[in-house]
Design a protein around this ligand. Structure first.
Ligand code: SAH
Length: 218
């Protein structure tokens, strides 16, 4: 069962979380504002109500996780989200990251490979607040050719390598933020697509994500 009530206590905890994330180096005010606005405890089972505003990842269904708030903020800041940016997210999971992007005014297209997680978001009333998110059940490695090109691509699972089709679906001048690696720990990378189709690569900090897997799961 999800919590549906956002109390002053929750709002206070959220403000503290924002201060913590700021102290860890997040400076993009629009990212911080989105995190302050979105009731993270709505995305978790009510058993996690007390801890939802700790800067930690938590389990959701199907052995997946809602990313740590700092990680969400970090990836979103690297993505330099602008109003009306068309953003493709791989790994919807709890939909928290999608809401952060949508709250910042992006047009969000998000793909989840696990049917149960995809279905759970259909009954999640809070998401009605964000008609600018479109949800898809599918394999993120394929992207969404029908809706391409995208200004930004955000991958929220650990990718063994850069998914080629997603690079094709990125606009020139567009950015992809992706944790790359096959082990427990991955490196956050940002790629910018240059006019000749090649990628400018930047390397950031280390993180730990669940793996990006191929194919769909029923
Ligand atoms: N963005 C999420 C983080 C979820 S964890 C959030 O805010 O909660 C990563 C998610 O990626 C998991 O739900 C996992 O099922 C999904 N995933 C892994 N490989 C995928 C793929 N190839 N296509 C789409 N989703 C994938």
């Amino acid at each position: 069962m999800r919590s549906t009530e956002d109390t002053y206590r929750h709002k206070g905890l959220r403000k503290k979380l924002v201060d913590l994330i700021k102290s860890k180096g997040i400076t993009d005010e629009r990212v911080l504002h989105a995190i302050e606005r979105i009731p993270r405890h709505f995305f978790l089972d009510s058993a996690f109500d007390e801890v939802a505003y700790e800067d930690k990842a938590f389990p959701i269904a199907e052995k997946q996780t809602i990313s740590q708030p700092y990680t969400v903020a970090y990836q979103t800041q690297l993505l330099e989200v602008k109003n009306f940016d068309k953003v493709l997210e791989i790994g919807t999971g709890s939909a928290y990251q999608a809401c952060v992007l949508a709250d910042m005014g992006a047009q969000v297209y998000t793909i989840e490979r696990q049917k149960k997680l995809f279905e759970a978001n259909k009954n999640f009333a809070f998401l009605k607040k964000y008609p600018n998110i479109k949800f898809f059940y599918g394999d993120g490695y394929e992207g969404l050719p029908t809706f391409a090109p995208f200004d930004k691509v955000l991958i929220t699972a650990a990718a063994p390598e850069i998914p080629k089709k997603l690079v094709e679906q990125l606009k020139v001048g567009g950015m992809m933020v992706i944790p790359v690696g096959t082990g427990e720990i991955q490196v956050m990378k940002r790629f910018i697509k240059l006019p000749d189709g090649s990628l400018q690569e930047e390397t950031y900090d280390r993180f730990s994500f669940v793996p990006m897997l191929t194919g769909k799961k029923e």
